[in-house]
Design a protein around this ligand. Structure first.
Ligand code: PSU
Ligand code: MN
Length: 310
């Protein structure tokens, strides 16, 4: 793929040429989702997890107005050092802004899906997807539209309970997006393993997920497959403990009139303060857990392809 505004690193180019497993990583979590220096540690650790589990990590971001697939360590440092105010949060509508103004930016799940699909990368890892907001039901993340339209596998820990989870799941159902529970029947709520809501299918191994994706896309379906991977038990915070904290942070957002792109970062920051950093540790643990599963799925996707070629 040649495009004047997209630069693919040599490592990723080689992996693409070889048909080797690759996992795309979003970068809004680095630029807007986590405080410094945990964001840099996390960015490095995500890449390491993917690598250790047999795939090539491809962090996607914008640097100097170019869409980048695969970053050097120096570039990860640059991205994580930038003040959130000066760096863009890049979803579909923001790419041309970043290109024209030669900006740096973290790509959201939607933005990363768009870039990954263009490059031929099939699997993406994140923490949690965006969804329908509780405070303003008309605030629906571009992530949901991207899930409806872009055929890649997203590994996440569900959606945060800061969102309207039933409405988010209804939207995904309307758009025909399969919601896979990895070794669970319940839709995980990011910090918590439980939400009281169901998934559309439970699958128990990376191989089963790869086979499911194949079956879905071979029919000509265009949507993504959302794989929800509950946070490891020892890092989970029970729903009953999170609910009052989330309500408090949401009420503050309404009081302060915070909405739009800054709402998610505001809520995440407040929840971390209100839990004295406990939610931050959970956030980091689930991100790494998702990177591992994504790498395993990417490995199985490759196997399925090879078997087909024989
Ligand atoms: N969930 C997190 N941390 C994040 C995000 C989601 O736990 O940083 C980011 C993701 O990049 C997601 C984006 O794609 O927020 C959604 O933002 P919005 O709701 O403005 O679409
Ligand atoms: Mn939004």
């Amino acid at each position: 793929m040649k495009h004047p505004n997209i630069l693919i690193s040599p490592k990723i180019t080689t992996a693409l040429d070889l048909g080797a497993p690759i996992v795309a990583l979003e970068s809004t979590v680095i630029t807007h989702g986590l405080p410094h220096p945990q964001n840099l540690e996390l960015a490095r650790d995500m890449e390491k997890q993917v690598h250790d589990f047999g795939a090539t990590p491809a962090t996607v971001a914008l640097l100097d107005g170019k869409i980048r697939i695969g970053l050097s360590d120096k570039e990860l440092v640059r991205l994580s050092d930038a003040e959130a105010d000066s760096i863009l949060k890049v979803s579909h509508r923001d790419f041309a802004t970043a290109i024209l103004k030669k900006k740096n930016g973290g790509t959201t799940v939607a933005g990363t899906m768009f870039v990954a699909h263009m490059a031929g990368i099939k699997v993406l890892a994140t923490g949690g997807i965006g969804g329908v907001h509780k405070e303003s039901p008309f605030d629906i993340s571009t992530d949901l539209r991207a899930l409806a339209e872009i055929p890649v596998i997203i590994v996440c820990a569900g959606a945060k309970a800061i969102l309207d989870l039933p409405a988010t799941l209804e939207y995904l159902e309307s758009m025909g997006v399969p919601v896979v529970g990895y070794q669970t029947d319940e839709f995980p709520a990011f910090y918590s393993r439980e939400s009281g809501l169901g998934v559309s299918v439970r699958l128990d191994s990376p191989k089963e997920i790869a086979d499911f994706a194949k079956a879905h896309w071979e029919l000509g379906m265009k949507s993504a497959i959302l794989v929800t991977n509950p946070v490891p038990e020892n890092n989970a915070i029970p729903k009953s403990e999170m609910d009052p904290i989330i309500s408090k942070a949401s009420a503050e957002a309404i009081e302060k009139g915070i909405h739009g792109q800054v709402l998610t970062p505001f809520l995440l920051g407040r929840i971390s303060e209100l839990t004295q950093g406990k939610s931050l540790r959970t956030n980091l643990a689930l991100l790494l857990n998702n990177a591992r599963l994504a790498a395993q799925i990417a490995g199985e996707m490759k196997t399925s392809k090879r078997v087909k070629a024989i």
